[in-house]
Design a protein around this ligand. Structure first.
Ligand SMILES: CC(C)(COP(=O)(O)OP(=O)(O)OC[C@H]1O[C@@H](n2cnc3c(N)ncnc32)[C@H](O)[C@@H]1OP(=O)(O)O)[C@@H](O)C(=O)NCCC(=O)NCCS
Length: 290
């Protein structure tokens, strides 16, 4: 009979290995697939990830895991990894993990999951738990070998303090309710993150936030936005191309990825600089009933 409990700190590597075996084909898109990288990622947002991971055991073996490792304590909002299940009764194990997760973190208000569309089991399971599909999103990737140095036609600079308010305004306009506020973006590690801007004199026309991730080594474009009045003039493409120089030349990364919603015309822009579709997934969200 399966039992469910909170993870222990000393078994996190073993849990990462278990998850890696099941997530080999990136069924859960918030989570990476290599055990070592999964372990490092567990610590990316929280000092005590074991407090937000639950496991299922049967006959002394791990048979399930569910992680809420990006849990934002003030907002009570999390991004789930899983459920990762190695058992003939998927629903029973998933339900046990779900209940245990709520027991160890009472008062969760919102949970998000990004599941590869092929992962029908998880999509159906989360729908049965009241998750609503909020978007179909695509993960695009470009390899260094497909990229030629980009020569920007516009002057691009790193965000300056005096432009913070304009940057904040554009960020809130383009990405209302985004997972990072403008303030949070500026507080991220300067070594790994960069915010490029394009300006017309004092006026901010656009920005791009890029991150050089290390587990696994990969560049990620988080946000790219151009002032509505300045669109379709090539500014977005210039910011993107410039960021690829940073990723591939300055940071010496081999791949860069980004996520874009199905109906966003920005897909054309990404394809035009050489990004190719890697995976598609359903973004799903659960909200606690009041
Ligand atoms: C997406 C966005 C950054 C594009 O910036 P932009 O400066 O207008 O884009 P560019 O002028 O560099 O476009 C380059 C190419 O991308 C494609 N493209 C860009 N916007 C497009 C649109 N709205 N419809 C169709 N194709 C588009 C075109 O192929 C375009 O080349 P063309 O104008 O010669 O046809 C901008 O529309 C924006 O800020 N949108 C809101 C925020 C957003 O959705 N960001 C992306 C999140 S993943």
């Amino acid at each position: 009979m399966a039992t469910f409990r909170k993870a222990k700190k000393e078994e996190l590597k073993q849990i990462a290995h278990f998850i890696g075996q099941i997530n080999h084909s990136n069924l859960c898109l918030h989570c990476v697939a290599n055990a070592e990288d999964i372990y490092k990622n567990m610590y990316e947002w929280l000092d005590n990830p074991e407090d937000f991971i639950v496991v299922a055991e049967e006959d002394g073996q791990l048979v399930g895991a569910l992680c809420n490792t990006d849990y934002e304590i003030p907002d009570k909002e999390g991004w789930l990894w899983g459920p990762f299940i190695k058992h003939s009764n998927y629903t029973k194990i998933a339900n046990g993990l779900w209940d245990t997760l709520h027991n160890i973190t009472p008062g969760i208000l919102k949970l998000n999951i990004y599941v590869r569309i092929e992962n029908k089991e998880a999509i159906e399971y989360y729908a049965s738990k009241g998750f609503k599909t909020t978007s179909l999103a695509h993960l695009y990737k470009i390899e260094k070998s497909r990229f030629q140095n980009f020569q920007s036609k516009h002057s691009i600079s790193i965000l300056e303090e005096q432009d913070f308010n304009d940057f904040k305004k554009l960020h809130e306009l383009a990405f209302p309710g985004a997972y990072h506020t403008a303030q949070q973006i500026t507080e991220l590690s300067k070594e790994k993150n960069i915010i490029y801007t394009i300006k017309d004199g004092r006026y901010l026309l656009g920005y791009l936030h890029a991150e050089a991730q290390d587990a696994p080594p990969n560049g990620y474009v988080h946000f790219l936005a151009i002032d509505p009045a300045a669109r379709r003039k090539g500014l977005g493409k210039n910011l993107l191309g410039h960021s690829l120089n940073w990723f591939f030349n300055d940071k010496n990364l081999k791949t860069v990825t980004l996520t874009v919603k199905d109906d966003n015309p920005a897909r054309k822009l990404y394809e035009s600089v050489g990004f190719v579709l890697e995976y598609s997934g359903n973004g799903m969200t659960w909200k606690a009933t009041k």
